[in-house]
Design a protein around this ligand. Structure first.
Ligand code: ADP
Ligand code: TYD
Length: 206
């Protein structure tokens, strides 16, 4: 028995956590076993790496070190949690996955894309999602929604950085349309949730 891996991607504040909670609820009420994890994090080791990555004191982190640490946190999560849950037949919903590294470290930090992609294959033992959901919002909406909370190290990277990340995601999703569901994250929470639920139910019952 094998489960399904669904990943949510998008710039900060695009509504991923909100939509993941709704999808979890609707899938569980249909009788599915659902596990939600977030990146970076989800295991004690990955949470320690998260602290190192996002703490404003880590200002000296070199972009390549940053890329390796995100990938290291992911590797631990895949092998300790995601693969066993999939083997047990669960639907695993991941708040960010390998495409976050391609979008943020590849497009955002402008590290060589092919090298970031190869690193993801290594870190995950090439575990690929069954579906990737991109919540697309303009950068201004993202910063308005995040303005109430103190910025972490990544959120302090600036508007031009976040604009490159958004464009990177759109490029990834448009060039691999069979892997992605692109959703406009600016309509109501309810409307977005319905669109995602309809699509996911079709995929997992196929
Ligand atoms: P992310 O996990 O992508 O950072 P969140 O789900 O935490 O995003 O949402 C960021 C903020 O935006 C929260 O305050 C949330 O209530 C709000 N939000 C989420 N979805 C919508 C929406 N469709 N319209 C307006 N505000 C939203
Ligand atoms: P978090 O608060 O979990 O994300 P969000 O703002 O989406 O709720 O912070 C994670 C930050 O790390 C976010 O700015 C995206 C960034 N990130 C990367 O740069 N590369 C990665 O591989 C991952 C997983 C996240």
């Amino acid at each position: 028995m094998t489960g399904r891996l669904i990943t949510f991607e998008g710039i900060d504040g695009s509504g991923k956590s909100t939509q993941i909670a709704r999808l979890q609820h609707s899938l569980e009420s249909r009788g599915y076993e659902v596990l939600v994890v977030r990146e970076p994090g989800g295991t004690p080791i990955s949470e320690q790496i998260r602290e190192l990555l996002l703490h404003p004191d880590s200002a000296d982190l070199h972009p390549r070190t940053e890329a390796l640490l995100f990938s290291a946190a992911r590797s631990q999560l895949v092998h300790e949690v995601i693969r066993p849950a999939l083997a047990a037949g669960s639907i695993v919903i991941c708040d960010r996955y390998a495409d976050s590294s391609i979008a943020y470290q590849g497009y955002g930090r402008e590290l060589p894309l092919e090298e970031i992609i190869t690193t993801q294959k290594f870190a995950t033992s090439d575990l690929l999602p069954d579906l990737k959901v991109l919540l697309d919002v303009p950068v201004d909406i993202s910063s308005d929604r995040k303005s109430q909370e103190p910025a972490d190290r990544m959120e302090s990277a600036g508007r031009a950085f976040m604009a490159r990340v958004r464009e990177g995601y759109l490029q990834l999703a448009r060039t691999q349309p069979e892997q992605w569901l692109i959703v406009t994250g600016q309509t109501s929470e309810e409307q977005i949730a319905q669109e995602i639920e309809n699509y996911v139910v079709k995929i997992i019952s196929a």
